[in-house]
Design a binder for this molecule. Structure first.
Ligand SMILES: [Zn+2]
Ligand SMILES: [Zn+2]
Length: 362
């Protein structure tokens, strides 16, 4: 590649119109203005959030219909606007799906995921994406040599997972491997937790109702992976799987089911930390055992989204050939197959599907 690419004027894109309504449309391509870049999307990956958005027909924070959607994407810089110096035409990049303002209180405190003016970008299931200036400056990254577009598309979810791990303060529990970390849920997020923690030498236990997903967890480095019944109420069974039966030092929920949040809390040993990572439906509450919380000195954490630093760390981890995150990529579909891909995730046939403008490219 190189030189000036001839840019077409319209492109195909998957437009979300409402609940379970997607149409493939020919839409205009915006040319990059000052500070902006246009990327030709090489690979996008479907995400549990997209499934939610598809079912509900929107998302209060991230998008309003009708809109192009999809938010895990990689591509090549196809055109650059005036004043852009850090990227050149042909560069392979990953664009994170949000960009912090850099000046508010949370941004100043290094908590950009809580930015008071966090901007989101959507439109991965299309041929091109116009990247606004703030994203170009703060959250667009070159893909390291040797890392495929498909695998690099996992940067966003892994960036969230690395942020989630950072919030657990694992150094409180000794050297990696000394404490047990329990993960509830073997969907893509739970499995990325397994892979990222196992890569650092932690002993990880994984609980989920789906044996196929548990098998992937084993391949990604889980010390133990065991079946539980759907819907919660599994604390006794799960606690019994820890080495001394006293529970785990750290438990992470990657299910987003309130009953499972309770199980995760109930599986902690004294002094333990729970990270309630899986977002539950709005308006959901859980009852807390105040006696347990107080006398066992439990730490209860929430974690949301990612920071530019954790996005960079994710890209670095994905570039390691020993980090087998490609096991999460269940198949490929063209843009026209987005709906089919999301349905295959709903039925749990797929973990994640790679969406490409045309199959057989790259
Ligand atoms: Zn995602
Ligand atoms: Zn901010």
């Amino acid at each position: 590649m190189g030189g000036v690419m001839e840019i077409q004027e319209t492109m195909r894109g998957a437009v979300l119109l409402g609940p379970e309504q997607i149409e493939i449309r020919e839409v205009p391509i915006s040319q990059p203005g000052p500070g902006e870049i246009l990327i030709s999307i090489e690979a996008a990956t479907t995400c549990g959030t997209d499934v939610k958005v598809y079912r509900r027909g929107g998302h209060p924070r991230m998008l309003k219909v009708p809109t192009l959607f999809g938010h895990e994407m990689t591509g090549r810089v196809a055109a650059i606007g005036g004043g852009v110096t850090v990227f050149s035409t042909g560069d392979a990049v990953v664009v994170a799906n949000s960009a912090p303002c850099g000046v508010c209180g949370p941004c100043g405190a290094g908590r950009e995921n809580l930015c008071e003016d966090l901007q989101y970008i959507n439109g991965a299931y299309a041929e091109f994406l116009l990247v606004p200036e703030r994203f170009v400056q703060r959250n667009t990254h070159l893909i390291p040599e040797g890392l495929s577009f498909e695998k690099a598309a996992l940067t966003e979810p892994l960036g969230c997972v690395i942020h989630g791990i950072n919030t657990c303060d694992l150094s409180r529990y000794g050297k990696p491997g000394e404490a047990e970390i329990l993960i509830f849920g073997a969907g893509p997020i739970g499995l990325l937790f397994v892979a990222a923690l196992a890569a650092k030498g932690h002993r990880v236990l994984l609980a989920d109702p789906n044996p196929n997903r548990l098998a992937v967890g084993k391949q990604l480095g889980a010390a133990e992976a065991f079946e539980i019944t759907r819907g919660g109420g599994q604390a006794e069974t799960v606690r019994a799987r820890t080495l001394d039966g006293k529970g785990a030092a750290v438990a992470i929920d990657a299910s987003g089911v309130p009953q499972v949040w309770l199980d995760a809390i109930a599986c902690l040993r004294p002094g333990g930390t729970v990270n309630l990572f899986g977002g539950c439906a709005p308006g959901t509450t859980i009852p807390l055992d105040t006696y347990l919380l107080h006398y066992s000195e439990l730490t209860i954490k929430g974690a949301y989204h990612h920071r530019p630093e954790t996005i960079k760390a994710a890209l670095g981890l994905l570039a390691d050939p020993g980090f087998k995150a490609e096991l999460l990529l269940s198949g490929e579909q063209p843009i026209e197959g987005v709906e089919e891909a999301l349905k295959s995730m709903m039925s749990k046939e797929s973990l994640k599907v790679v969406i490409k403008k045309s199959l057989g490219s790259n």
